[in-house]
Design a protein around this ligand. Structure first.
Ligand SMILES: CC(C)(COP(=O)(O)OP(=O)(O)OC[C@H]1O[C@@H](n2cnc3c(N)ncnc32)[C@H](O)[C@@H]1O)[C@@H](O)C(=O)NCCC(=O)NCCS
Ligand SMILES: Nc1ncnc2c1ncn2[C@@H]1O[C@H](COP(=O)(O)OP(=O)(O)OP(=O)(O)O)[C@@H](O)[C@H]1O
Length: 202
């Protein structure tokens, strides 16, 4: 059973995945793969240089993430170009990692942490979905304070994704992360034990 975990930017996916890991879950992280597929010397990075020009590299030949972020978070067409280069590679990597895990643990759910689960095609590859939810005002505040962003930059990043209320309507389970961490942990524990039982019965 593949469990797709998603949320909006800064709604608490990492917070929830560390709780899931404490409960023994294996988590495949799309952001980790998104970094791996654009490492120095990778075909992914070559594709980005072709699309955005060599100015997108730092002096040492690695990707200048801040510069690329400045471009793609305010330009939907550029964002699409970047997604078309990276997303298929990210999905391939996640599938490989998953196959290796499920071969050894066939009766255990595996979690895919995918920020853009509902925006892209990955939703078709998972069996159930969990949304880490907070209202957009709280999301903006947490994003600004965690990343030191201006309100304008925070709004740009939030607008680059499907609105959280729309995601809410699509999810199998919703974890409300606007309260205390203990409250979130209780919800995570409840959902995880239900999923473990279901996976064992499959
Ligand atoms: C644009 C990039 C270089 C900015 O890097 P930066 O280090 O500033 O941000 P980071 O990668 O940590 O992403 C932070 C969050 O931004 C959001 N985000 C990232 N990419 C996108 C995107 N293409 N569209 C919408 N939101 C995005 C996600 O919520 C993500 O968790 C980077 O995000 C990237 O390569 N994005 C393309 C790959 C991608 O879509 N990753 C997200 C899931 S696979
Ligand atoms: N229940 C909570 N109460 C208060 N602050 C929280 C809570 N949960 C998470 N946070 C804080 O909110 C911020 C965003 O959380 P986190 O980094 O887990 O989000 P994320 O969804 O993984 O972000 P991204 O989309 O950028 O990967 C962090 O600074 C985190 O410490």
């Amino acid at each position: 059973m593949i469990v797709g975990l998603t949320g909006g930017i800064a709604t608490g996916k990492s917070t929830v995945t560390s709780m899931l890991r404490e409960l023994g879950a294996y988590v495949v992280d799309a952001d980790v793969w998104a970094r791996k597929v654009v490492e120095k010397g990778s075909p992914g990075l070559a594709g980005i240089v072709q699309a955005f020009g060599p100015g997108i590299l730092q002096g040492d030949g690695t990707l200048n993430r801040a510069a690329l972020g400045q471009i793609v978070f305010q330009d939907a067409e550029a964002r699409q170009r970047l997604n078309d280069i990276t997303h298929p590679k990210v999905r391939d990597g996640m599938r490989q990692e998953t196959a290796a895990y499920l071969e050894k643990h066939p009766d255990t759910p595996i979690v895919w942490d995918v920020p853009l689960l509902f925006e892209g095609e990955t939703r078709n590859l998972v069996d159930v979905t969990i949304l880490v939810y907070i209202p957009e005002e709280v999301q903006r505040m947490r994003l600004m304070s965690r990343d030191g962003l201006s309100e304008e930059d925070a709004n740009r990043r939030i607008s680059a994704q499907m609105p959280i209320e729309e995601k809410r309507a699509l999810a199998t389970y919703v974890i409300d992360n606007s309260g205390s961490l203990d409250n979130t942990r209780e919800q995570v524990t409840r959902i995880w034990s239900k999923l473990c039982k279901e996976a064992a019965l499959q």
